[in-house]
Design a protein around this ligand. Structure first.
Ligand code: SF4
Length: 399
């Protein structure tokens, strides 16, 4: 039998890790239910008991009993917004080594932050990260505010992130609801309404899973476990209540799960059909001068703002090759562009993109057109190049 499931989890190890605690967990569950008298009241208690035994070790997560660092919580939450835990880990450590606190990050240049962020995608997050660090330094004396309301007023911090920081770093009684939590809650309560309409209902139901603690308490004062409740649900969603084949036998809430009783767990959360954006097309121009490449910086506003790119055409749904080629940079000595075979494809959140790549070589003294510059190909890794540009350059420079 293959010991790995489709998502690459080592099933045997996962089962072994949980088995030893499993029988005890069932005993704990029974005892807790007897103690608190109802399923509803038992859920948060069971969840926290499970978390205390099975919590994931993550670079930004303090050890049990330690206080969470708001800077680490914020940095990880911003990075995790559209990126998985595995990819974020090394970036998080790199940022922390270079800028150990929010004050240091607030003093860094945006260029340096974008460079360090390159490869992580969704670059507006990096610009907001920098703007937020500057604001915390300037307006809050270098310490994050500890309420959801004040956190939401900072650049790049939306309702979810404000709730996550408030709960995890400051023990505020609030439940941040991410995709993992949406899945667990929609299954636990068999929420029939599809997403995104079901979000307010899921938010309300998720809040019933918060552990004990005073509304204003902060870890260290009157102990609040709101952050642990949130992280318990996140962990449960990522390791047990997975999108496919949830391991219900290992779940601390399995006796009380509506979807499990019905046997249709995998159908939750229900989703309204997605409308995907229309395909856009464009051209990228890969121009070399010896061992240098012609690049420019995108404008600060909009998609990939402030990032480095090779010159290119607009990206339009109805883009014709001829119109795209007409937007090639004016360079002395380039009479004809060489069209590389094949196309470069990339999928942004709102639309897929196809790029045709044209190449040209210019003489050693050729000047860069206005707003562009030559950079050594050997140091391209230091440029804030988004993935789509890395693909276009690799395609253009390839044999
Ligand atoms: S019993 Fe299964 S479906 Fe229900 S919450 Fe637990 S893992 Fe998810």
């Amino acid at each position: 039998m293959d010991a790995r499931d489709k998502r690459g989890h080592d099933v045997e190890r996962l089962a072994l890790r949980h088995y030893s605690g499993f029988m005890n967990s069932r005993a704990i569950a029974k005892a807790k239910r007897r103690e608190v008298g109802s399923e509803e009241a038992a859920r948060p208690v069971l969840l926290l008991a499970w978390y205390d035994r099975h919590r994931r070790r993550l670079p930004w997560r303090p050890l049990p009993g330690e206080r969470a660092d708001p800077y680490a919580v914020w940095l990880s939450e911003i990075m995790l917004q559209q990126t998985g835990v595995k990819t974020v880990g090394p970036y998080f450590l790199k940022f922390l080594a270079r800028w150990p606190d929010v004050d240091a990050l607030g003093r860094a240049s945006l260029d340096d932050v974008l460079r360090m962020w390159a490869g992580l995608g969704y670059y507006s997050r990096a610009r907001n990260l920098h703007a937020c660090a500057v604001a915390v330094r300037r307006d809050h004396g270098g310490a994050f505010p500890d309420t959801e309301e004040a956190l939401r007023a900072l650049p790049g911090i939306g309702p979810y992130t404000a709730s996550a920081i408030a709960a995890i770093a400051f023990g505020r009684r609030t439940m941040p609801v991410d995709g993992n939590i949406e899945r667990v809650v929609s299954r636990l309560f068999a929420v029939e309404e599809p997403l995104p309409q079901a979000k307010p209902l899921i938010q309300t139901l998720a809040a019933t899973l918060l552990g004990a603690g005073d509304a204003k308490s902060r870890a260290g004062d009157e102990e609040s476990r709101a952050g642990d409740s949130a992280q318990a649900l996140m962990d449960l969603g990522s390791s047990i209540c997975t999108p496919k084949k949830p391991a219900c036998a290992l779940c601390p809430l399995n006796d009380d799960c509506a979807a499990r009783r019905r046997g249709d767990q995998e159908t939750f959360p229900h989703k309204a059909p997605k409308k995907s954006g229309a395909l856009r097309r464009g051209a990228a121009f890969v121009v070399t001068r010896g061992d240098q490449l012609l690049v420019r910086t995108r404008s600060e506003k909009g998609l990939l703002g402030g990032m480095t790119e090779v010159p290119g055409s607009d990206w339009l749904a109805e883009q014709q090759d001829k119109a795209a080629l007409a937007q090639a940079p004016a360079l002395k000595g380039v009479a004809r562009w060489h069209r590389k075979a094949g196309i470069v494809t990339h999928v942004f959140t709102h639309f897929p993109l196809e790029l045709v790549v044209y190449t040209a070589k210019v003489a050693a003294r050729a000047a860069a057109p206005k707003g562009m510059r030559w950079v050594p190909i050997a140091t391209l890794k230091d440029e804030a190049l988004p993935n789509v540009m890395r693909k276009a350059i690799a395609h253009g420079l390839g044999e």
